[in-house]
Design a protein around this ligand. Structure first.
Ligand SMILES: [Zn+2]
Length: 538
């Protein structure tokens, strides 16, 4: 009898002693734009102990995280990381694409219906309106009855907006002209006071007030090719692409947009991220997990300008490492070690500079997308006496539906002519049509990767796959977009709340990131999710 009373008391009193739900106070998602996984290894010895190395040594590292679709660009990358699916489902098939309805070129976060907040002009007329799936943070909002505070910040509008999904309280990005962080009326009526305060400090200007010198002595950058070489772009007024880069002088010519092209854009954003944590009191709301998404864009812009073997890229990562170290120490103090869950990944990698690889007698080349498209139009006119193809975007050919024959056979004949034309061009590996996309899955891995990036209403009807190492780009600098290792292999590091120390070398995919975080948090998956949680691999 006595035992029963104890059991009764235990259960009836339990709610009174219930602890706060076991959940992190803050989830921090970090995307480093254009970060290859190999940078973690190549620059490791120059990293400080508690930047990237804290995540590698004390957190969990997936060593073979890959993108599994084409095209590997910023808009699709950010959407895929946070929706747990690929462009075929979340709909962000490129940074730009041609809209089926009117065949107009649209930008992935443009929205004419909303207003800019923070400055005059159109730089804030943006929203996630083109996104077709909920995101990780949307699911956090739904699971918490909209109580969690969710913010997303980046210099690039698309890198702030797409991660934030439909329900983020705010997404903020940089207005290039004024150097101010801005937003759109999609999120609210006016900028929060803490954003105005931040903007009043004029930090963009201050970060550009000094020349860009290397962080360490130049001769110690043995992981990169020589500073002076023919593979890097020049800033206006420069004769050689070498340190020090005279930022105050270059700013006179480029304006505050220059911030994107230097590692100091990352420092500027980290300051803004801290202001966001303070301003919104993130991580300090009883009973909920808040979320902050940070996407560092300068790594991408510097990478495009100088290529992955440059001293400038190495220096940008060494500086970002120190910036992250300071951010982690701030989070330890503000939120508490073990009380925040942090992950870091990237939206795509980057190719080697083709001219550099060619000079070293490797396989690479330049594909002149624009002039070849002009040639295609002429060829189609010759064969079919009509202007059928209207645009080439993301290595996809879009046709004018009004000029195209409705019947399968007639359409197929046109597509075959396009295929023939491109297969004769140097640098082309394969060409697929929209009909091929529907039949993928039979063992052609590239067909599968293209089909995971293909959505009929937004993608072109013929898709061109270049050979490895080939780019449609000017002769200096580099780019990305392919299904090849250099573009797909990115870091995936987890650290903090409920994350064990360890590493795993199985090949995993970018749409596994969001379901892994959902699994850890015990919340439902994003609506379009096609990935799988990876916590069983810890
Ligand atoms: Zn890029």
């Amino acid at each position: 009898m006595k035992t029963w009373i104890y059991i009764f008391l235990l259960f009836s009193l339990r709610p009174l002693f219930a602890q706060e739900p076991d959940a992190p106070k803050l989830i921090v998602g970090i995307v480093v734009d254009q970060m290859r996984d190999e940078y973690l290894q190549r620059f490791r010895d120059k990293f400080v102990e508690d930047g990237f190395r804290r995540l590698m040594d004390e957190g969990f590292r997936f060593k073979e995280m890959h993108f599994n679709y084409v095209p590997t660009y910023t808009g699709p990358g950010h959407a895929s990381i946070y929706t747990g699916t690929t462009p075929a489902v979340h709909g962000i098939v490129g940074n730009h694409w041609v809209q089926a309805a009117d065949r107009k070129v649209i930008y992935c976060v443009d929205d004419e219906q909303v207003k800019t907040l923070g400055v005059a002009g159109k730089s804030g007329k943006k929203s996630p309106g083109q996104l077709l799936s909920t995101t990780l943070s949307d699911q956090l909002k739904l699971a918490g009855q909209f109580k969690p505070r969710v913010l997303s910040v980046s210099l690039k509008d698309r890198a702030a907006i797409l991660p934030g999904g439909f329900f983020a309280d705010w997404a903020f990005w940089l207005d290039k002209q004024s150097g101010k962080m801005i937003s759109s009326s999609f999120y609210g009526h006016s900028l929060p006071a803490w954003v105005d305060d931040f903007n009043r400090q004029g930090r963009a200007r201050q970060w550009l007030a000094h020349p860009w010198e290397t962080l360490l002595p130049l001769k110690s950058y043995a992981e990169s090719y020589a500073d002076d070489n023919p593979y890097e772009q020049l800033f206006p007024g420069e004769e050689h692409p070498v340190f020090p880069h005279d930022l105050p002088a270059i700013r006179q010519k480029m304006g505050l947009e220059l911030l994107y092209h230097t590692p100091f854009g990352n420092d500027f954003l980290a300051e803004f991220a801290k202001a966001a944590i303070e301003g919104e009191d993130l991580g300090n709301h009883p009973g909920t997990s808040d979320m902050l998404m940070i996407s560092f864009s300068s790594t991408d812009v510097v990478g495009h300008r100088y290529g992955p073997q440059s001293v400038e890229v190495e220096d940008t990562y060494l500086r970002l490492d120190r910036t992250l170290s300071a951010l982690f120490r701030y989070l330890d103090e503000k939120i508490g070690k073990g009380r925040y869950l942090l992950f870091l990944t990237s939206d795509h990698g980057v190719a080697e500079v083709p001219a550099f690889i060619k000079d070293k007698k490797g396989a690479a080349g330049y594909f002149n997308s624009d002039s070849l498209f002009q040639g295609l139009k002429a060829r189609l006119f010759e064969l079919f006496h009509d202007s059928l193809a209207i645009a080439a975007y993301n290595h996809q050919i879009y046709f004018n539906p009004e000029k195209m024959p409705p019947m399968y056979e007639a359409k197929k004949a046109i597509y075959e002519a396009v295929k023939d034309y491109y297969l004769q061009q140097e640098g082309v590996a394969r060409v697929y049509t929209e009909y091929d996309m529907a039949a993928c899955g039979s063992g052609d891995a590239y067909c599968d990767e293209l089909s995971r990036g293909f959505l009929p209403a937004r993608s072109g009807e013929v898709l061109i796959l270049l050979k490895p190492g080939w780019l449609s780009h000017e002769m200096r600098g580099s780019s990305h977009g392919s299904p090849y290792n250099y573009d797909t292999h990115v870091p995936f590091l987890l650290y903090g709340w409920h994350i064990p120390k360890g590493a795993n070398s199985e090949r995993v995919f970018i749409n596994d990131v969001a379901p892994t975080i959902c699994e850890l948090l015990g919340i439902d998956l994003p609506s379009g999710n096609t990935g799988k949680g990876l916590t069983n691999k810890f």
